[in-house]
Ligand binder design. Structure first.
Ligand SMILES: *[C@@H]1O[C@H](CO)[C@@H](O)[C@H](O)[C@H]1NC(C)=O
Ligand SMILES: *[C@@H]1O[C@H](CO)[C@@H](O)[C@H](O)[C@H]1NC(C)=O
Ligand SMILES: *[C@@H]1O[C@H](CO)[C@@H](O)[C@H](O)[C@H]1NC(C)=O
Ligand SMILES: *[C@@H]1O[C@H](CO)[C@@H](O)[C@H](O)[C@H]1NC(C)=O
Length: 373
């Protein structure tokens, strides 16, 4: 399909979206639509024909987990009974929209990470979500598209597919990190390390807001780090005008499959540590291990442990990922999956398994582990 036709389609779609948005908005404003989200969800299902699909047999176990984990986290659940193809379609549509969303924008090349960022941006401005982040994510988004996608169109119009799924893990990880920080003695200094964090703003936000966190590091592929730097600089420029100081994390470009390169970066950790100080490292792992080579997660966890031991520190890992991809974990029960992940960490020397939950979607295994001396 030639470019002009594609552009024309996207334009039509957006016009329809905008028109619907403004009429729905009026309806909500006058209180005529009470259960707004419910009805947009239903409408979307009817429009895409998915109400006629009966997936109860194939997705039964996932659905219970979904309900359970959503309740547990206080997140509104993903669209009930949405079939897999709907998720795939939505992801593809998002792909088609990216050039338009980033028209004339700074260069950000990793499409998947970028789409995850948009998902996070949607929940970050959702008045009904507990992930609202006081515009931290919003301030990373492109100049002209951020306003109409995130502020003009009511968030409840976006069917709760990928962004709801990402919301689960955002809530879970934020909470785990908060808990890990809270339980440490106040004299302990904290180092936050995002492994393959993509374009996520979490490390920057926590570093800038939480005085307990002394430094933050982000390790990701060169192509991601390049775009991330541009996004963070824009964020800093925007926020420092009105909303206060922004501290940027140490960005390090590395292929996580290359253990020696990762080891070299982790060796820089104690550079700011003074005599007699106690430090604790919190690793945050979000949807990245599933893209690495077989067996790599275990080796990385071993490496993290070695580094903590060498520096005489304790450490935690907060994760939302799929750590056991290579094994056929699709057929496992919740309990078996938990044991598999627990023994993976155990075999890498991480013996304190603190939290655990399963969510729907790819990065489905969520939890927190620790090492003490
Ligand atoms: C879907 O099918 C199951 C049996 O496979 C049945 O129990 C259930 O009522 C059906 N649901 C709907 C909405 O038709
Ligand atoms: C549900 O799935 C199981 C196995 O996955 C299969 O044996 C069974 O026939 C299915 N039931 C229906 C009603 O499709
Ligand atoms: C985007 O907005 C910022 C300030 O909000 C401005 O400095 C920058 O020049 C703008 N960029 C473009 C491409 O318009
Ligand atoms: C590590 O954790 C243990 C148990 O919580 C604690 O007693 C010890 O002081 C910690 N050590 C460091 C260096 O933080």
């Amino acid at each position: 399909m030639d470019f002009r036709r594609r552009l024309w389609r996207v334009f039509l779609l957006l016009t329809v979206l905008l028109a619907t948005a403004s009429s729905w908005r009026t309806a909500i404003g006058t209180g005529r639509v009470s259960n707004f989200n419910y009805w947009t969800t239903k409408l979307f299902l009817v429009a895409t024909g998915s109400l006629s699909h009966n997936n109860s047999n194939t997705t039964a176990s996932i659905t219970t987990q979904r309900k359970h984990v959503a309740l547990l986290l206080g997140v509104r659940p993903t669209l009930p009974n949405a079939p897999k193809w709907l998720y795939r379609k939505a992801w593809k549509l998002h792909n088609a929209l990216l050039p338009l969303l980033h028209w004339n924008d700074v260069t950000v090349e990793n499409k998947n990470a970028l789409k995850v960022l948009w998902c996070k941006a949607i929940t970050s401005v959702d008045p009904q979500s507990i992930c609202q982040d006081n515009d931290w994510t919003y301030d990373m988004m492109p100049n002209y598209s951020r306003w109409w996608i995130l502020k003009l169109i009511p968030i409840s119009l976006y069917p709760r597919l990928h962004h709801a799924n990402v919301e689960y893990r955002t809530v879970f990880l934020n909470r785990c990190i908060q808990q890990e920080i809270a339980r440490l003695p106040s004299s302990t200094k904290i180092r936050l390390v995002a492994i393959g964090g993509g374009y996520d703003v979490r490390a920057t936000r926590i570093l800038s807001q939480n005085p307990r966190v002394q430094e933050a590091w982000e390790l990701d592929l060169p192509v991601v780090i390049h775009g991330k730097r541009a996004l963070l600089e824009r964020l800093k420029e925007r926020r420092e005008k009105t909303k206060g100081p922004v501290q940027l994390p140490e960005l390090r470009a590395v292929d996580l499959n290359d253990l020696d390169a990762v080891r070299d970066i982790l060796a820089e950790f104690p550079q700011n540590k003074k005599q007699g100080e106690t430090w604790h490292t919190i690793y945050v792992i979000e949807g990245v291990m599933m893209f690495l080579n077989d067996g790599l997660p275990k080796e990385l966890f071993q490496l993290f442990r070695e580094v903590a031991r060498a520096d005489g520190e304790n450490a935690s890992i907060c994760f939302a990922d799929h750590l056991t991809c290579s094994e056929s974990s699709d057929s496992l029960t919740d309990e078996e999956e938990r044991e598999t992940v627990k023994s993976l960490f155990g075999s890498a020397g991480w013996n304190h398994f603190i939290h655990w939950a399963v969510k729907p979607g790819k990065a489905r295994q969520m939890g927190c582990v620790r090492i003490h001396e």
